[in-house]
Design a protein around this ligand. Structure first.
Ligand code: SDX
Length: 378
């Protein structure tokens, strides 16, 4: 490749050297620090997985207990953050509220000390601990309610579901949700992680790193697709309507949300696990039309677009799971962000080790030596 060749979307261009996660898009393999995602989904939990991603190794029992304790202790948010969030318009999207709140956290912890491991650890703990509380607080406050204080006797995911609904969650629901977080925690050089690394490379603070990544995750081509999937399932409405709906959209060259991936040319391994999780929830809490529509969609897309390597991605079944858990649709992407904070922080930490500011080039396609025309002559 010549240095001047422009690759839209930087497809195939390495933007970092990283040992955090590995994706084989042809075989459908995802590993965090060398461990298969299927194994982590079965045996680990979100906080342990976050520790693995950020510090590179599975924690010992003592290390995990200490980490869980610190995260639990830092769940509360300052009343000034709550007051600031209260003044956000309730019609605003929760991703925008989250981006603003994540950036605002940096105002309270502004002494930057990137060479100090204690500073790094404190920032990791605070962000993992407080982001879920901020998402839940905005959800309650936009309905006119007061936010619920975190419950120290509940673990990470059960506490988040409790803060959202003010009810202690069913154990299966809490476990399924926790696995969802682990599945979404990291995915190599995706758009939001790239954004996080570029921001990190300027040696700014980690709150700005996370805020920039949240802004990038929200778009419908990235994390925002999970919300669009539910809108699409609602529009389809019945199994009988799946084929005509998809045929029309494919003919119009519309993108089918929750399908396709820059790297995976087979079904996303996370979608396979999420489908099983959705089935567990449907088995316990009852099947509905959405599941049947989703299965039929996969069948038709495989038939129509399978030869192009377009299969379901992580955003397709996560929406189904969250909907079954009773979570409002516009919180699906903030929940993706809660999980992905782990990956962003792992990349922030890795970027700092051998940092060089990102400063790519461009292929200039404009003009040269154009004379300035005075305004009255234009
Ligand atoms: C995530 O990168 C990551 O790792 C992201 C992620 C993570 O964990 O961080 O995995 C999370 O972002 C998942 C993706 C969520 N987005 C969607 O579900 C939106 C729908 N999907 C797409 O728009 C698309 O597949 C992308 C954005 C995910 C990937 O886009 P690319 O690699 O730029 O592919 P493309 O748009 O250039 O499409 C290539 C071809 C085109 O056909 P041709 O013009 O070559 O004939 O595939 C077709 C596209 O039309 N295509 C689709 C399609 N996705 C690709 N056609 C119909 N529906 C789709 N969803």
């Amino acid at each position: 490749m010549s240095v001047c060749e422009f690759k839209p979307g930087l497809e195939g261009i390495p933007a970092a050297q990283s040992s955090i996660s590995f994706v084989d898009g042809q075989k459908g393999i995802l590993e965090y620090r060398g461990i298969r995602i299927e194994e982590l989904a079965e045996k680990s939990n979100f906080l342990e997985t976050a520790y693995l991603l950020i510090w590179g190794e599975l924690p010992t029992k003592e290390e995990l207990e200490a980490f869980e304790h610190e995260v639990r202790y830092h769940r509360r948010i300052k009343y000034r953050i709550r007051d600031m969030m209260k003044s956000f318009p309730e019609s605003g999207h929760p991703m925008d509220a989250l981006q603003a709140s994540a950036a605002a956290l940096g105002l309270f912890y502004s002494r930057r000390d990137l060479d100090n491991p204690a500073y790094i650890r404190a920032a990791v703990v605070r962000l993992l601990a407080k982001i879920p509380t901020m998402v839940a607080a905005f959800q309650l406050m936009r309905k006119g309610n007061d936010p619920v204080r975190p419950r120290d006797d509940l673990d990470y995911s059960a506490n988040f579901l409790y803060m959202l609904s003010e009810q202690e969650p069913d154990p299966l629901a809490a476990r399924v949700f926790d696995v969802c977080l682990a599945l979404h925690a990291e995915h190599s050089m995706n758009a939001s992680t790239f954004s996080a690394r570029v921001t990190a490379s300027t040696l700014t603070d980690p709150y700005a790193v996370v805020a920039s990544a949240v802004g990038t995750l929200g778009g419908p081509l990235h994390g925002g697709a999970n919300e669009e999937v539910i809108t699409m399932l609602e529009e389809i409405g019945s199994v009988a309507n799946v084929r005509p709906y998809l045929e029309e959209r494919i003919q119009r060259k519309d993108k089918i949300m929750g399908f396709g991936h820059r790297v995976y040319k087979v079904k996303d391994p996370r979608a396979i696990i999420l489908q099983h999780l959705a089935e567990k929830l449907f088995d316990k809490f009852g099947y509905d039309n959405y599941y049947d529509i989703a299965i039929e969609m996969e069948r038709v897309i495989e038939e129509k677009l399978g030869q192009k390597g377009i299969y379901s991605n992580v955003d397709f079944y996560s929406g189904l799971v969250y909907r079954k858990l009773g979570i409002p649709t516009d919180l699906f992407t903030p929940i993706f962000a809660i999980a992905r904070v782990a990956g962003w922080l792992a990349h922030w930490k890795e970027q700092l080790i051998q940092n060089r500011i990102y400063r790519p080039t461009q292929v200039y396609s404009g003009l040269h030596d154009i004379p300035y025309i005075p305004i009255e002559q234009r």
